[in-house]
Structure formats: structure tokens, C-alpha cells
Ligand binder design. Structure first.
Ligand code: FES
Ligand SMILES: [Fe+2]
Length: 340
């Protein structure tokens, strides 16, 4: 399968890349070594040594460089070979691929495509991952599914009513409502508002709620699979702009293919209330984990069915956002493939 390459992908949470030491992760089917220079700058090199293919992550850091643990070739942070033990000259081809990498709000972003196009302005704004006013538990899981199926899942919240009936959903009104979709240059914005519904089962943890609530989910979903969501609930009946008694949540989620059949899923959700309740971020995280397990189980089962063979899929209104995103993906892949 091909993936869009000229995009920033989340490679890791900042805390996963140690200050000292080497960290390995497969991204878009390629083994990647992540580490930090003495100044703390994140570095991403191909994790397959250009000499005989050993993983550099089994070697060691030497200053800002890394030495392969097999026969000792040493590479600078930009991939240049600095030393070949036992010889003076360094073969011209001896170099490791270095990926453009940068860190924003506790996510390490990696650009697997043309380095000349790696524009930092294209990094989606995951500010909530780094804002102390929005405490949360950062997490990631790797799921054995095609990343596009997880994108589909996040682009259609009608599934909250059914897949998450007993966790995040709690009402079929979510599936009954129609989302508004807006095309963005590198994604879509989805707005879904639902009035006068019972709070979701997981909302009970938020304290005494006044009976039925109005809920909203507003998110940008950006290439290559980054969700930035502003959601919440408030007492039913007031205008949408009236935020009296509103409980607001922010969530950042990013999908990075590990391979054609597996996906790294980085996520957090934070509450803009309950700052006097230190257990709240953990409770929200636990609720999210429970719901994500419902997604994973459904998507794995769906993928097993899809592997039986391609069938035409029946389009329904709820598919609008995911269909737009799939088209955007196709266009990106076509543009990267070039003419012909
Ligand atoms: S495989 Fe890395 S030095 Fe030989
Ligand atoms: Fe879900």
C-alpha cells in the first residue's frame, strides 16, 4: 500500500524519546531510530545500518552521533558516516537517511517525504497536548489494522450511538443528527451538534448533571490522520453560544501507519473543568481506553471481513466526511506519484 509521504506524521510522544539512549519505531513500513542530541534536539535516522543492515538502535550514542553495535560504523545526527573502523576512507555511499523531524506540544513529528517540502507551517496545531491548563494522560497504542479504517472511524461519529452505546454515546440521537462538513486545504472540519440527550455513561464521572444535555463535537481532521477536537456538553435549551454551565473537552489524536496492516494511535483527551480533582485526567483516560477498545474490536472484525474480498460498499449520508477525506487522500497520492 502507498502512503502519502509529504506530510508530518506523529512519530512519538516527546517523553518516549529518551534524553539519553535510542528509541526504535517502525513508521510507514520503515524502521526509524529516534534519539536526542545533547542539546535535546530530536533526531530521526533510518534504523537499518547501511553497512550490513543491523538496527542502529542496538548500538549506542556517542555525543550527538550514533555508533552501530555490529561493526562500529559511526554516524552523525544528519546521517553522515564519521568513521569506519579499520580504514581511513569512508565510502561515499556510507550514510544513513535522516528524516526532517520537529517537536511541537509534546509530539515528535516526522516528515517521510521530500525533505525540501518539509514546511513546519504544515504541522497541525496540537496545542492541547502541551497546555498545563488542560491536564491529561498522554497515551499511544498500536492496532493491527489499516490506518485508513481508523480514519474512517474518526470521521463518522454516528458510531458513538452504537459502537459506544454504553461508554461515549448513550443516545441514538448522535447517529440521527447530521454533521456539517467543511473542506479545508489539507483536511475537513466536522461539526456535529445534538440537543436534549441524556448524558453519555462516561459523563457520570463529571459530577451531578442537570438531566438532559446538549452536546457538540467540532473537529478538524487533517492529513495524514490527525484529529483536533473541541467537544463538550451543557444544560439543554440555551443558545449554542451560551456557554453557561458548559463542560468543555479538548482531544488530540493522531494515526500513523506502522505498516499496511497496523497503525500507531497517539491520543489524549483533557477537560477544561474539575482542576481541583486530580483523579479526573486518569478517569477520562480510562473511559477513552475502554471506548477505544470497542473501536479496535469493531475495526479488526471489519478488516477481517474486508480481507475476504472487495465488495461494493453502499454509501449513506453519514459517510460524507470520510468520503471527502478518502478523496483528499487519493489526490495527495496522485500528486506525489506525479503525471503518468
Ligand atoms: S551492520 Fe552496522 S556496522 Fe556493520
Ligand atoms: Fe470510536
Amino acid at each position: 500500500m502507498s502512503f502519502p509521504r509529504n506530510c508530518w506524521y506523529v512519530a512519538a510522544w516527546s517523553h518516549e524519546v529518551p534524553a539519553d539512549g535510542l528509541f526504535a519505531r517502525t513508521i510507514l513500513g520503515a524502521p526509524v531510530l529516534l534519539y536526542r542530541t545533547a542539546a535535546g534536539q530530536a533526531v530521526a535516522l533510518e534504523d537499518r545500518c547501511c553497512h550490513r543492515g543491523a538496527p542502529l538502535s542496538r548500538g549506542r550514542r556517542e555525543g550527538d552521533a550514533v555508533r552501530c553495535g555490529y561493526h562500529g560504523l559511526k554516524f552523525a545526527a544528519d546521517g553522515t558516516c564519521l568513521e569506519v573502523p579499520g580504514q581511513q576512507t569512508i565510502p561515499r555511499e556510507a550514510r544513513q537517511r535522516a528524516y526532517p523531524v520537529l517537536e511541537r506540544h509534546n509530539w515528535v513529528w516526522l516528515w517521510p517525504g521530500d525533505p525540501a517540502l518539509a514546511d513546519p507551517a504544515l504541522v497541525p496545531d496540537n496545542w492541547a497536548c502541551g497546555d498545563p491548563a488542560w491536564p491529561h494522560v498522554p497515551d499511544m497504542k498500536t492496532w493491527p489494522v489499516d490506518w485508513r479504517l481508523v480514519c474512517d472511524n474518526l470521521l463518522d461519529f454516528s458510531h458513538l450511538s452504537y459502537t459506544h452505546e454504553k461508554t461515549l454515546g448513550g443516545s441514538t440521537e448522535i447517529a440521527q443528527s447530521r454533521a456539517e462538513i467543511e473542506r479545508l486545504e489539507r483536511g475537513v472540519r466536522v461539526t456535529r451538534r445534538v440537543r436534549d440527550v441524556p448524558p453519555a455513561p462516561y459523563h457520570r464521572r463529571f459530577g451531578d448533571l442537570p438531566g438532559n444535555v446538549d452536546r457538540w463535537f467540532i473537529y478538524e481532521f487533517m492529513l495524514p490522520g490527525v484529529l483536533l477536537m473541541h467537544s463538550g456538553l451543557k444544560p439543554t435549551g440555551a443558545a449554542w453560544e451560551d456557554m453557561t454551565g458548559a463542560l468543555r473537552l479538548e482531544s488530540c489524536q493522531a494515526l500513523t501507519p506502522e505498516s499496511a496492516d497496523s497503525t500507531h494511535y497517539f491520543f489524549m483527551q483533557a477537560a477544561g473543568f474539575g482542576q481541583d480533582d486530580p483523579a479526573l485526567p486518569g478517569a477520562i483516560h480510562a473511559a477513552l481506553l475502554q471506548a477505544f477498545e470497542e473501536d479496535r474490536a469493531m475495526i479488526e472484525a471489519q478488516q477481517a471481513m474486508l480481507k475476504l474480498g472487495t465488495l461494493p460498499m453502499v454509501a449513506i449520508a453519514a459517510d460524507a466526511a470520510l468520503a471527502q477525506f478518502r478523496r483528499l487522500l487519493e489526490r495527495s497520492l496522485a500528486a506525489e506519484a506525479g503525471p503518468g
